[in-house]
Design a protein around this ligand. Structure first.
Ligand code: ZN
Length: 328
């Protein structure tokens, strides 16, 4: 009996030494991150439209039924489980974790068994944190997807996964964005709300707009906008734009040091999303641009309808959501 008690005592001591060690390691890592200015330097965003759609469905159900199954947290859990590679995605994994949540487990506790869960929370949060949540239409509250496809409803486009393809204008470089082929004049919609950080001519992008999200973590770059009338009337740097608002028109400007020149062969919108965890990443060496192909597919379910007004006469293109003017 005495021997057993001794053994148990030794076990307790060993366990507390281990726990103390783990706690020290964790606080050390936290300190390291805080004092050394450590920040995320790379994000490989491989989350598929299928996984985002399934996860949106689960988070809508959770919202209605009062469970804590946040969209970003669920995807971060899956990201940690798959080591960031959503080729391994199975709906079953999502259903299983949601069942655990429904039976009372906390998503953070379930995620905590993966070392990289906090990384994915921060990385995927930087991409998606504003995309799903509460929003208001005419004073009525809704919950769901509140980010938009960059192409207005009713306008044709086609695209393929062209992230990382090589481009040679100016210098050999990689394509750090996504091209949506469409026709000149197609209304371009703000994917997310934010403020206009850059607007005007750029040798590569032609007429372009840069919009920064309110949390400062995303920089949206929309380029090759239409010659002569690239932007929605009166838009300027510093303005606030709202998700779903028309910001400009598809075109073929760019690849020229001279302003207002069409040097792009195929009319298209080039858009890119840059993630910024530290201000030095905006224009420095550690720039992070993500592949937007799957994201574009996911956002295609939320296309803003527009009413086109030509010379004061309304031509209804889609349902009555937003009005903008095309000057003649
Ligand atoms: Zn492009």
């Amino acid at each position: 009996m005495v021997k057993r008690r001794l053994r148990f005592g030794a076990f307790l001591i060993a366990a507390s030494v281990i726990m103390l060690g783990v706690a020290r390691l964790l606080s050390h890592e936290k300190m390291f991150r805080q004092t050394s200015g450590e920040y995320i330097k790379w994000v490989d965003f491989s989350v598929t439209a299928e996984a985002m759609n399934d996860t949106l469905e689960v988070s809508l159900d959770a919202y209605e039924n009062g469970y804590d199954a946040d969209f970003v947290k669920l995807l971060s859990y899956l990201g940690a489980k798959y080591g960031g590679d959503f080729k391994h995605y199975k709906k079953k994994d999502l259903t299983e974790v949601y069942d655990k949540i429904k039976s009372g487990e906390k998503l953070d506790t379930i995620g905590a068994k993966y070392n990289y869960y906090p990384y994915y929370l921060e990385a995927y949060g930087a991409v998606l944190s504003e995309y799903v949540g509460e929003f208001y239409i005419d004073g009525k509250q809704y919950y769901g997807l509140r980010a938009f496809s960059p192409i207005a409803k009713g306008y044709y486009y086609n695209h393929s996964d062209d992230f990382g393809a090589s481009r040679s204008y100016g210098y050999n470089r990689k394509h750090l964005g996504h091209d949506l082929m469409g026709s000149v004049g197609t209304p371009i919609i703000a994917i997310e709300s934010g403020y206009v950080e850059a607007l005007g001519w750029n040798q590569y992008g032609g007429w372009r707009i840069g919009i920064r999200s309110f949390d400062n973590k995303r920089y949206y770059y929309y380029a090759h906008l239409r010659k002569d009338h690239p932007y929605v009337t009166d838009l300027k740097e510093g303005d606030i734009v709202t998700a779903g608002q028309v910001i400009g028109y598809l075109g073929m400007t760019g690849y020229s040091a001279k302003e207002n020149v069409n040097n792009i062969k195929t009319p298209h919108l080039h858009y890119g999303i840059q993630l910024i965890f530290d201000p030095s990443q905006k224009d420095g060496y550690n720039q992070i641009w993500i592949d937007c192909y799957e994201l574009t597919k996911f956002l295609s379910q939320n296309r803003m309808g527009v009413i086109v007004s030509v010379n004061g006469k309304d031509r209804v293109a889609e349902k009555d959501v937003i009005i903008y003017d095309i000057p003649d």
